[in-house]
Design a protein around this ligand. Structure first.
Ligand code: ITT
Length: 187
């Protein structure tokens, strides 16, 4: 099937397209500006987005994707504020916040929201644990990828080939859950 993806982020379009292609699904990026509420969790942001898009009669099936990086020693910051932090101080600024912190454990989380043609909404979550390194490494990926090394690896997300990132990433894992759901439903 063709799935509309409501996002302004080209990196997400590329990743989701690559993940869905082998299953025979295609992705069209929808140029809809979905309002993002300031909330404490990614799930709340996605719930609000799905309700808003449904209210606007945006063509379904559609997916929205809200993600962030959560640093343990910073009590989960930047988390739901990841976009704002990225666009202001950037990954370099986050590295500066962590300069004197030894415990660099962090995780990426992705919540995918799916709106189906029958008006039902569904959420799928994926997480990837790892650590923040001390400098930027790699040219691939996007966002915080150059500063994050997933557990069990010695390369950042930005140094991994896209297929490898998709296999273990927060987004890849959330997509596996979404794919299992749509295949169960026979969609
Ligand atoms: P939307 O239009 O889909 O909302 P966005 O870029 O605002 O796009 P998010 O709010 O989900 O997306 O992302 C928050 C920040 O986290 C943003 O700066 C992203 O670049 C970054 N981010 C999201 N997924 C990422 C990933 O897989 N790797 C690295 N950074 C990521």
């Amino acid at each position: 099937m063709n799935i509309n993806l409501v996002t302004s982020n080209q990196g997400k379009v590329e990743e989701l397209t690559a993940i869905l292609r082998p299953f025979g699904h295609t992705v069209s990026q929808l140029p809809v500006k979905c309002p993002e509420i300031q909330a404490m969790t990614l799930e709340e942001v996605v719930d609000f987005g799905l309700t808003w898009l449904h209210g606007q009669k945006t063509p379904a099936p559609l997916i929205i994707d809200d993600a962030g990086v959560f640093v343990e020693k910073l009590q989960g910051f930047p988390g739901v504020y990841s976009r704002y932090v990225h666009d202001t101080i950037g990954p370099q600024g986050l590295l500066r916040q962590l300069e004197h912190i030894e415990d660099r454990q962090a995780s990426f989380k992705c919540v995918l929201g799916l709106l189906l043609e029958d008006g039902t909404t569904h959420k799928f979550v994926g997480e990837c644990k790892g650590r923040i390194i001390h400098e930027m490494r790699g040219d691939g990926g996007f966002g915080y990828d150059p500063i994050f090394i997933p557990d069990g690896f010695d390369r950042t997300f930005a140094e991994l080939p896209p297929e490898e990132k998709n296999e273990i990433s927060h987004r890849g894992r959330a997509m596996q859950n979404l794919l299992a759901f749509i295949s169960e439903k026979g969609l």
